[in-house]
Design a protein around this ligand. Structure first.
Ligand code: UDP
Ligand code: MN
Length: 273
């Protein structure tokens, strides 16, 4: 479907690696939707080229150079810069419906059925389940919504300093109004939740469709031994705050088989990202 797309965001080369793996995982599970990545102006050329080979559209989003009022108002709030960039997805009005996915998510099976949902559909946040987690959400691009979001952003700010705070106060009836907008948790399984309720993970974890490497440490912060297929620097101790070893290995398998060889072919061993 040419008028429906998955959208992600990478403002730097590290998150670009995440976007490459996410894009590959969507392709591997035979999505019929378009793939769009919003990138920051500092993403290096080899990363852009790699992203272009995976995504249908690579849109450079420059949050610093613009002179329009929305940008200027936000520039007084530099901490909202990345937030702003994510909200930019509402301007993709050549699509009628989209699913936004954080660059630190990995798709484990086809999830195209998400496009049957309406704006704003998302899964509960594991830390405060009356809030939705903004790592995966269904939305409808609209310049009008975008402008309202910008106004909301500049007038009210963000209660958590990030996009999740803005989006939850903007779509503030999510928790009560319509249960069909609550995505099952398996569409946004955060690594954090695995260890806080291990029996539930044991019961339902095999049904996971999207894993979200939420938190400070991301898969690309580890390194990987291609000979042994093992992730280095991982303690493999559940509860240690580390990412789940199986999902981490899946991320690295995809990165080392589906992304690195092409980067090496094009740019040799001196990888820019
Ligand atoms: N992001 C980005 N550059 C940054 C920080 C975040 O491009 O420096 C994007 C990226 O798509 C990322 C999303 O914003 O997945 C949300 O940030 P993150 O995933 O780090 O937050 P968490 O899910 O850990 O709360
Ligand atoms: Mn995330």
């Amino acid at each position: 479907m040419a008028d429906q797309a998955y959208v992600t965001l990478a403002t730097n080369d590290n998150y670009a690696k995440g976007a490459m793996v996410l894009g590959r995982s969507l392709r591997n599970h035979n999505t019929t939707k378009q793939l769009v990545v919003l990138i920051g102006p500092h993403v290096a050329e080899p990363c852009r080229a790699m992203l272009s080979s995976i995504y249908d559209e690579v849109c450079v989003v420059d949050i610093l150079d613009s002179g329009d009022t929305a940008h200027l108002a936000l520039m007084k709030r530099p901490e909202l810069g990345v937030t702003f960039t994510k909200l930019h997805c509402w301007t993709l009005t050549h699509y009628t419906k989209c699913v936004f996915m954080d660059a630190d998510t990995l798709v484990l099976s086809n999830i195209d059925e998400l496009f049957e949902r309406e704006e704003l559909s998302a899964a509960p946040d594991p830390g405060w389940p009356d809030c939705f987690n903004s790592g995966v959400f269904v939305f409808k691009p609209s310049n009008e919504t975008y402008l309202s979001l910008m106004t909301h952003c500049t007038e009210k700010g963000s209660f958590d300093g990030g996009d999740q705070g803005v989006l939850n106060s903007f779509f503030n009836t999510w928790s009560t109004a319509d249960i069909s907008k609550h995505l099952p948790f398996i569409y946004n399984l955060s690594s954090i939740a695995i260890y806080t309720y291990l029996p539930a993970f044991k019961q339902y974890g095999h049904e996971a469709k999207v894993v979200h490497f939420l938190g400070k440490v991301k898969p690309w912060n580890y390194s990987y031994d291609t000979q042994t297929g093992k992730v280095k620097g991982h303690t493999l101790t559940p509860g240690s705050g580390d990412l789940h070893p199986d999902f981490l290995v899946q991320w690295w398998n995809l990165y080392s088989s589906g992304v690195l060889p092409a980067l090496r072919d094009s740019y040799g061993d001196t990888l820019f990202c």
